[in-house]
Design a protein around this ligand. Structure first.
Ligand code: SF4
Length: 187
């Protein structure tokens, strides 16, 4: 009898290639990206103090913002169970440093790309800029409408983005009259 052919294990998808394909399909440019170990992350409880000031208006209004999002230790446990992370940024030009509409437009594009990455990466653990953007208005305090699509907030997880940018070798700030947003997809 002929020996039965064993099927080759399929190669793991290349996350950077997927990122390129998803961003091209969405028509949204990635500014910079890097893959690095999760051990490069620095967590700080102090960052959550800023959330309590409710400067963004989302405190106690989203499942992904304090206090409902859980504490740093819960996020750390989930995050550190992964090995690597893909970090990427988008950069958006502003008319001036008070161009709130430009910032909002940039954030919308960035969060659109982040939701597509979450879906394209098969529901991987993803944290983005600010509260979860999946629903136009978060169902909080009613149960989350799409728990499998939920996107965490980098800030609310206590992740120090300045340190992350340094470790990844990517710019935290891209200069005058620009705004830069970050997303992290855990692999
Ligand atoms: S999926 Fe919708 S309901 Fe759930 S956290 Fe995100 S915005 Fe809120």
């Amino acid at each position: 009898m002929p020996e039965k052919l064993k099927s080759e294990p399929s190669a793991a998808p290349d996350p950077e290639k997927m990122l390129n394909e998803i961003s091209a399909a969405a028509g949204i440019c990635i500014n910079e990206r890097a893959i690095l170990p999760v051990s490069a992350l620095v967590f700080s409880k102090d960052l959550l103090e800023y959330c309590k000031t409710n400067a963004c208006g989302n405190y106690n209004k989203s499942w992904t913002c304090p206090p409902a999002c859980g504490d740093i230790e819960e996020h750390k446990k989930k995050i550190l169970s992964c090995k690597k992370m893909l970090v990427f940024t988008t950069k958006h030009n502003l008319d001036d440093s008070f161009d709130y509409d430009g910032m909002t437009r940039g954030r919308k594009l960035h969060t659109l790309l982040t939701t597509r990455i979450k879906d394209g990466f098969g529901g991987a653990l993803v944290y983005g800029a600010g509260c979860c953007p999946v629903c136009s208005s978060c169902a909080f305090p009613e149960p989350c409408a799409f728990p499998d699509r939920r996107i965490g907030s980098i800030e609310a997880a206590g992740i120090d983005v300045t340190q992350l940018a340094g470790a990844a070798g990517i710019a935290y700030n891209n200069g005058t009259n620009t705004v830069t947003y970050f997303t992290i997809a855990f692999l």
